[in-house]
Ligand binder design. Structure first.
Ligand SMILES: *Cc1c(COP(=O)(O)O)cnc(C)c1O
Ligand SMILES: [Zn+2]
Length: 435
């Protein structure tokens, strides 16, 4: 293993990895730790040529860049290796040069969170802990529960009772011990944090566990590799706790340090209007270490966070790469689901659709922070979770398009060919008008 230590993102103090060590002693929960590696040694074992020849398409192809020893047993479910799909019609729609979608809906439990939970479970095994716990809006929990079901570890879950049904169904089917919290994600988070120490469980909580972002960074390594190690100009990421965007930043930084790419992309963080802690802090130049929580409310449940737990890393991702924070309202998020689906074949959940709505906003320049020409020549949007996670949310988006199925009765006089022809023509005209 090439992990050399952990560094506090607030005070820069160095810490040695140890069981039970999650955050900086001095800074408390705001002091998220960042994993440090011996990059010179990694560069000698892991190379673009070696990667090209590696038949393992899962995230574990980057194991030297992860805090997991080579002998540690890891999830066999094939986490990572999701397709990067070029979306030409969407690129035309928004006037960007080339657009690729990283489809994280195709992970084993259907969201990007699998990357993080896979690393947390491997670390827990390495540290000798059998039970792993997390608070979650739903996807991190589903990922932990599903991957733990694969490895035979035990998952203890705290989710808000408002979590979409499909996510709760995943938890129960995977055999996790589930606590449905009467309250928000932030309430679930506090409860989990209070309980974890009493039982000695391994703590996977976002913004607390220093390793989950390491798992998430593999999405950036894959994007860079899939683009032939030519960094895109811009990457759009939906943001709740800020852990994914922090991971994306770390992945591109790793690739840059190793000389695999020669420049960083601009990273754009997209937040829902009702959950815009980081975007507000950026606009008002507030310090995220001291800024108090907001009262989050959005239809995109996976990006609803009163206090983004990984806010320090998240802010750095945007500021250090010259990106921007973008705010989109629930209406544009929900309407984006059928737009992206019909124009690309990729089916995003509401939180994932937010990233596309953010790109649309920036491309159209309506927030006055549109980058100059050329900045959006090569763009990647991370579609962080599948629409099957929240069918009710998807239907709300479809309702806004006015699309309704044509009811038909079986039997000889049930199907009226003229009616079918008329309705189909209307429908095709409508689709064409949209593009
Ligand atoms: C968790 C999640 C996000 C946001 O990630 P953060 O690390 O909380 O910012 C976005 N989309 C989906 C589908 C998610 O599950
Ligand atoms: Zn510190």
């Amino acid at each position: 293993m090439f992990l050399t230590g952990l560094r506090c993102t607030v005070c820069a103090a160095s810490h040695q990895p140890a069981p039970g060590r999650y955050v900086c002693d001095r800074c408390g929960d705001a002091g998220t730790l960042d994993a440090c590696y011996d990059y010179a040694a990694i560069g000698e074992t892991l190379t673009p040529e070696g990667l090209a020849a590696d038949p393992d398409r899962s995230m574990w192809r980057y194991r030297p860049l992860l805090p997991v020893g080579s002998s540690t047993v890891v999830s066999a479910l094939g986490v990572g290796g999701t397709p990067l799909v070029e979306a030409e019609r969407l690129a035309r729609r928004w006037g960007v040069g080339r657009l690729w979608i990283k489809d994280e809906g195709r992970q084993p439990t259907a969201s990007l969170k699998d990357r993080a939970s896979a690393v947390a479970l491997a670390r827990a095994a390495q540290e000798g802990a059998e039970t792993v716990t997390t608070a979650s809006t739903g996807n991190a929990a589903a990922a932990l529960a599903g991957l733990a079901a694969g490895t035979g570890q035990t998952a203890v879950i705290f989710v808000p009772e408002t979590a979409p049904e499909a996510k709760v169904a995943q938890l129960l089917a995977f055999g996790a011990f589930v606590m449905l919290v009467e309250g928000t994600y932030d309430d679930a988070f506090r409860l989990c944090q209070e309980t974890v120490g009493r039982f000695g469980w391994y703590n996977r909580n976002t913004g607390i566990n220093p390793y989950v972002g390491e798992g998430k960074k593999t999405v950036a390594l894959e994007i860079a590799e899939q683009l032939g190690w030519e960094a895109p100009d811009a990457v759009f990421v939906s943001v709740g706790d800020g852990s994914i965007i922090g991971g994306v930043h770390k992945g591109f930084k790793d690739a840059l340090k190793l000389g695999w790419i020669d420049r960083m992309p601009r990273i754009y963080g997209v937040q829902a209007e009702g959950s815009s802690y980081l975007a507000d802090a950026w606009l008002k130049e507030e310090d995220v270490v001291t800024k108090p929580p907001v009262a989050a409310k959005t239809a995109a449940d996976s990006i609803s966070a009163d206090l983004p737990r990984d806010r320090v890393k998240a802010m750095a991702a945007v500021v250090e790469t010259g990106g921007a924070w973008v705010v989109v309202d629930d209406e544009s998020i929900l309407e984006m689901i059928p737009t992206v689906s019909a124009d690309s074949g990729i089916f995003p959940e509401p939180a994932a659709a937010a990233a596309f709505a953010g790109l649309a906003e920036v491309a159209e320049g309506s927030q006055g922070n549109a980058p100059e020409g050329g900045m959006l020549d090569r763009v990647v949007v991370i579609s962080s979770g599948s629409g099957l996670k929240d069918v009710r949310g998807v239907m709300r988006g479809i309702d806004r398009t006015g699309a309704v199925p044509l009811p038909v009765r079986p039997g000889p006089d049930g199907l009226d060919p003229d009616e079918i022809a008329t309705r189909m023509e209307q429908w095709i005209r409508k689709l064409r008008k949209q593009t």
